[in-house]
Ligand binder design. Sequence first.
Ligand SMILES: Cc1cc2nc3c(=O)[nH]c(=O)nc-3n(C[C@H](O)[C@H](O)[C@H](O)COP(=O)(O)OP(=O)(O)OC[C@H]3O[C@@H](n4cnc5c(N)ncnc54)[C@H](O)[C@@H]3O)c2cc1C
Length: 407
Amino acid sequence: MTDRALSPNPLPLAGEGDVVPLRGDAHYDIAIVGGGPVGAALAAALAGSEYRVAVLEARDVLAAQDPRAIALSQGARLILERIGAWPALAEQATPISTIHVSQRGSFGRAELLASEMGVPALGYVTRYGDLYAALAAQLQQSGATVSTGAQVTAIRSTSGYGAVEFHRGGVEQLLTADLVVLADGGKSLPGRQQVKDYGQTAILCTVTTAQPHGSRAYERFTPEGPMALLPLGEAYALVWTVPNAQAEAVLGLDDAAFLARLHGRFGDRQGRFLTASKRAAFPLRMITSEPVQGPRILRIGNAAQTLHPVAGQGFNLGLRDAWQLGQLIWEADKPALGSAEFCTRYRDRRGPDVSGGMRMTDLMVELFSNDNFVLRHGRGVGLALMDALPPLKKAFARKMMFGAQAW
Ligand SMILES: Cc1cc2nc3c(=O)[nH]c(=O)nc-3n(C[C@H](O)[C@H](O)[C@H](O)COP(=O)(O)OP(=O)(O)OC[C@H]3O[C@@H](n4cnc5c(N)ncnc54)[C@H](O)[C@@H]3O)c2cc1C
């Protein structure tokens, strides 16, 4: 369960001293590897700046078919508003007015209400594809040079420049930049990372229930792993975590058997489960990377940290990476861009939020994914206390909405 190991597949960072800046069109101030939600958000945050920005995206088009639903926090909404992506999302996103937290087979529950927190919604649920499209639209208006179909294969750097090797249209190409930002999601250029395998798989689909959702989300902890129901349109997006050993069996169930098993895990709160869409599976791991990966190379978003989806924090944290890096770039003198001091400043600014978010998420998984008698009762007391004590509830809700540092 808690297997920590260095990734066996290091980022191909070449030795120092062999990068000569390219001239003219092939040299940029900033190169962003990955035009996904976080990379696009960074480019959008730099719109109107003096910097020449290149974005290299492996997909042929800036669009994604992905079964994930993403819960956006109130804090994320504020950033998305500032970079202009919110109006397109607001049309599709479903607000969350209530979050009901409970554990199966024991007492203790807590209910967080947007009205009690003084916010219009505790969060908003959107499809990953809609989020991708909204940010891609801002990326395209940002003034950055965007190359799709560009698969980055290696990064090299010296104290002077970073070099990005990529494959596009059957041709190996190279560009150099003062600062290279990896926003590739962390899978294709793994680098120096620590991996913790939870031994769990998230099974995703949308389900409909007998009772309308009324903008209510559920977080339910079971000994096999947490499950979440997030209101999305008229339906619920389901994130159901199961131990890896059970994943194949659950995925193999037909609709009727799947819905019956889900009902057994979740209970009656929404009445019967009526329909389920096609299921998809994601293995769950926590991956921690050094944000400063070498001279002039920074990681942001999932390329820097990949979290268990239990608290819906991954993108929200990555968006804050992009926003705060954007702010640092705006504040920096041009010659300082990508320098060791600049990279250290970025790491120091993001460190507490990132490590707090990762600790909070990891603790929730470890504390709740078991059937230990003492822990079960402790959790019940904790949930009941949180429900009864408004300041405690407010502090927890603020951390979910604005990050682990918020009070
Ligand atoms: C089941 C599940 C549920 C989740 N739910 C939530 C939630 O409710 N709330 C939340 O905040 N987060 C959630 N997350 C996390 C969220 O999906 C991620 O944090 C977010 O997608 C990270 O965005 P990113 O841009 O860093 O990476 P990605 O979304 O992975 O995008 C990376 C981009 O880089 C491109 N790329 C990759 N390699 C290369 C390369 N070599 N060269 C060029 N381009 C490349 C890819 O094509 C892609 O466009 C969830 C995750 C999972 C698995």
